[in-house]
Design a protein around this ligand. Structure first.
Ligand SMILES: *Cc1c(COP(=O)(O)O)cnc(C)c1O
Length: 389
């Protein structure tokens, strides 16, 4: 029998930049006297993210949820229209739909990708549908090509929640290249963080000004020749119902300093993932979802699916790990469609979401961060195997 851990092992540990790097940048910010509102660190962070992710346009935000709220707003969807989304996600996803005065409609997920099923999306489309909001859960990509086709056919907008998918690529192409707008989260618990933070990525440059304005209270950005010709010089024109979504200089600096560490972190995470796969995939009771070879994994989470039998279930595995001081996470359980604020929606009917219920009842995310190290990952595997005995 493996001994229990003396210290608590949590699901993740936030990454920090090197102290020398961040203190130097923070000192620079303090001396500059410019703490927020699209300052030097902010603009450099956006520029460096463009290069890092090999994308065309990005706007950074104070968090991913506000970014997603602004994305939906920027698309000018008819008030009260329906947005199809997955119940197998974090609460923020459906909430951003509701905050825009739109109606979330839940559709089922696919067993193999755990993301929105294209078939279920098509079934959910009505005359009132205006957009689709799929989530690249755990950094595993949605069926982006199929969703693209559906959107074109029905003239719908697509906004991706890529909070888990920082650096995920399909055939070397950024996951942010699909859909009208993609949201990234830089929350402390995510693979890459700016303490709190997020971003919108979009291929169509025309969203840039709209997003810039909505992020900053709707204050119009005066820069077109047309405006200048018309003699509009002040920035006091409010163009739309905006919000405060700005990222401050200290967090932008943190993000910049941390960007250099991500590749190293992902290499370490790959090693830990390999340990889990090597030791757990031989167990009949455990299924480890894998992604196809042409996709680069973000290594944001390590989910396993428990094949329930009389002696072994997800909840029982969770409890036993806890007795050994290992805090795994039932992520995402319960489904968003079971939340008090959404459970009365017609689309929340469990019969409509059978795959999502099945995954949600059997999924468990194992501790996954570089400092865990290979030895502790092996020990977690030993504990799991002991439970079965
Ligand atoms: C973390 C997360 C968000 C919200 O991002 P914040 O930056 O914390 O606001 C949205 N969707 C999913 C799937 C997430 O995991």
């Amino acid at each position: 029998m493996a001994d229990k851990f003396e210290e608590s092992i949590y699901i993740t540990k936030p990454l920090s930049p090197k102290k020398d790097d961040i203190f130097k940048l923070w000192e620079e910010v303090m001396d500059s006297g410019w703490f927020t509102n699209m300052g030097k660190q902010h603009n450099l962070f956006e520029k460096e993210l463009l290069e890092y992710l090999k994308i065309e346009n990005i706007s950074i935000f104070n968090n991913g949820t506000i970014a997603l709220i602004v994305a939906l707003k920027a698309l000018n969807l008819p008030l009260g229209s329906e947005v199809i989304t997955t119940p197998f996600t974090f609460a923020a996803t459906p909430h951003t739909i509701s905050w825009n005065g739109l109606k979330p409609v839940f559709a089922d997920i696919d067993l193999d990708t755990m993301t929105l099923s294209p078939k279920a999306i098509e079934k959910a489309i009505t005359l009132n549908t205006s957009a689709i909001l799929p989530v690249h859960v755990y950094g595993f990509p949605c069926d982006v090509e199929a969703i693209d086709k559906i959107a074109k056919k029905h003239n719908l907008k697509v906004i991706y929640d890529a909070a888990h998918a920082f650096t995920t690529e399909i055939d070397g192409r950024s996951i942010c290249d699909w859909g009208n707008i993609t949201m990234l989260s830089f929350h402390a618990t995510k693979l890459f963080n700016s303490i709190e933070g997020g971003a919108l990525v979009y291929s169509d440059k025309k969203f840039g000004n709209k997003i810039y304005e909505l992020r900053n209270f709707g204050i119009k950005r005066i820069e077109t020749e047309e405006d200048i010709k018309q003699g509009i010089k002040t920035r006091d024109i409010i163009s739309d119902v905006g919000i405060n979504g700005k990222m401050n200089e200290f967090q932008a600096a943190w993000g910049r300093a941390l960007l250099n560490e991500i590749k190293f972190e992902q290499n370490k995470l790959r090693e830990i993932a390999n340990v889990y796969v090597e030791h757990l995939s031989c167990m009949n009771e455990i299924y480890i979802p894998t992604i196809p070879k042409n996709i680069s994994n973000s290594y944001q989470y390590f989910p396993i699916i428990v094949r329930q039998n009389d002696k072994f279930s997800r909840d029982n595995l969770y409890d036993e790990l806890l007795k050994n001081n290992v805090y795994s996470r039932k992520y995402f359980y319960p489904l968003c469609s079971d939340f008090e604020c959404y459970k009365s929606l017609p689309s929340s009917n469990p019969l409509n979401l059978s795959v999502a219920h099945k995954i949600s009842n059997n999924v468990l995310c194992l501790p996954f961060y570089s400092n865990l190290g290979i030895e502790k990952a092996k020990k977690i595997c030993d504990i799991v195997k002991d439970i079965k005995k």
